[in-house]
Design a protein around this ligand. Structure first.
Ligand code: NAI
Length: 327
């Protein structure tokens, strides 16, 4: 039983892979790089390949097939980076490894608190021993209305987390969830946008909700509204967001995701000139907290994806029912 693991990160995943290699009785070939034609030979002799978000093109799929690969598992929830048509064509099954919603949900609440308590400004001041108070007065969550857009796995967990703070919670989704009604009131999108002090996004990105937060929707919001996005960058029109921050219409933002972040995040770009002006502008505002799409990144999440991707390979190889198989 052999699995070739690509993009194996030395600093957090490697020790886990070595542990589960022993525990599950699987032989692993660990490669630090993304799969490419230059290192595809490492998959020879492995029926399973374990990857992350690097693109798996038809060309790579064909090369895996020629090496005898039968199962491709991705240590992520999404699998849109894999050419599924090619997988079908070459008879390669595909699996994913979903992790729990708590990491992102906790992070969302942290961004809400950081935004309403002006934490970016506070940290910048303490770093330079500026211990003044002017301009850093915060607001209390219990006095605010939080609007949660999208009440799936993460949105629901955010609502549960928020329920202890005493704030009023509004929710909007295409489908209502009974559990949510214990803590929040479902309202129309329009009402949520008009009456929330804090708006947090938890929907996938679709053609219908591309730029859901735009110039028009922002115009209908409360003055000083706080926008939190830990879902997908393109749910917000960055230009409109920047304009509304400059005018003061939007009081603060917490953004774990931004538009056009692909290829930027998870690399060290310290010395580079980046071609994402919106990100540079947003990062510069004292009331905007930006992080690099890492709300998911916890010990629990990393262990879950390493473990489950290998268990799913084992189940596949043993011909057993595999709950992680997606096609
Ligand atoms: P989910 O699929 O469990 O829930 C999504 C919810 O959004 C569903 O209830 C669905 O009905 C609703 N929805 C879809 N389109 C909608 C629309 N136009 N208006 C209102 N509701 C709509 O997804 P989950 O796991 O809760 O993830 C939510 C978001 O978080 C996704 O965008 C996902 O990509 C993102 N995410 C971000 C991570 C990060 O590290 N920042 C990590 C994991 C997920």
């Amino acid at each position: 039983m052999r699995v070739t693991v690509y993009n194996c990160r030395e600093f957090d995943e490697k020790a886990l892979f070595l542990r589960y290699e022993k525990e599950l009785g699987i032989e692993l070939v660990l490669c630090a790089d993304a799969p490419m034609l230059e290192n595809i030979h490492l998959s020879k002799g492995s029926e399973c390949v374990d990857i992350i978000t690097s693109k798996i093109t038809r060309e790579l799929m064909e090369a895996f097939h020629k090496n005898g690969v039968k199962y491709l598992t991705t240590r992520t929830i999404g699998y849109d980076h894999i050419d599924l048509e090619a997988a079908k064509e070459f008879g390669i099954k595909v699996g994913n490894a979903p992790y729990g919603p708590n990491g992102v949900a906790d992070y969302t609440v942290m961004l809400i608190l950081m935004s309403i308590r002006k934490m970016k400004r506070i940290m910048e001041r303490t770093n330079i021993q500026d211990y003044t108070l002017a301009g850093i007065q915060g607001r209390e969550l219990k006095d605010l209305t939080v609007g949660v857009i999208g009440t799936g796995r993460i949105g629901r967990t955010v609502i549960r987390n928020l329920s202890g703070f005493g704030c009023k919670i509004l929710a909007y989704d295409l489908y209502e969830q009974e559990e949510v009604k214990q803590y929040a009131a479902y309202v129309s999108l329009e009402e949520l946008l008009q009456t929330s002090d804090v708006i947090t996004l938890h929907t996938p990105l679709t053609d219908e909700n591309f730029h859901l937060i735009n110039e028009k929707s922002i115009a209908g919001m409360k003055d000083g509204v706080v926008i939190i996005n830990t879902a997908r960058g393109a749910l917000i029109d960055s230009e409109a967001l920047i304009g509304a921050i400059e005018s003061g219409k939007i009081g603060a933002a917490g953004l774990d995701v931004v538009e056009n972040e692909f290829g930027l995040y998870y690399y060290d770009h310290k010395s580079d000139i980046l071609d994402n002006r919106e990100l540079a502008i947003l990062r510069g505002f004292p009331n905007v907290t930006v992080s690099h799409h890492m709300a998911f990144y916890t010990d629990n999440c990393v262990e879950t994806v390493v473990r489950d991707s290998l268990i799913s390979c084992k189940l596949f190889l043993e011909g057993k029912e595999n709950p992680w198989e997606v096609i």
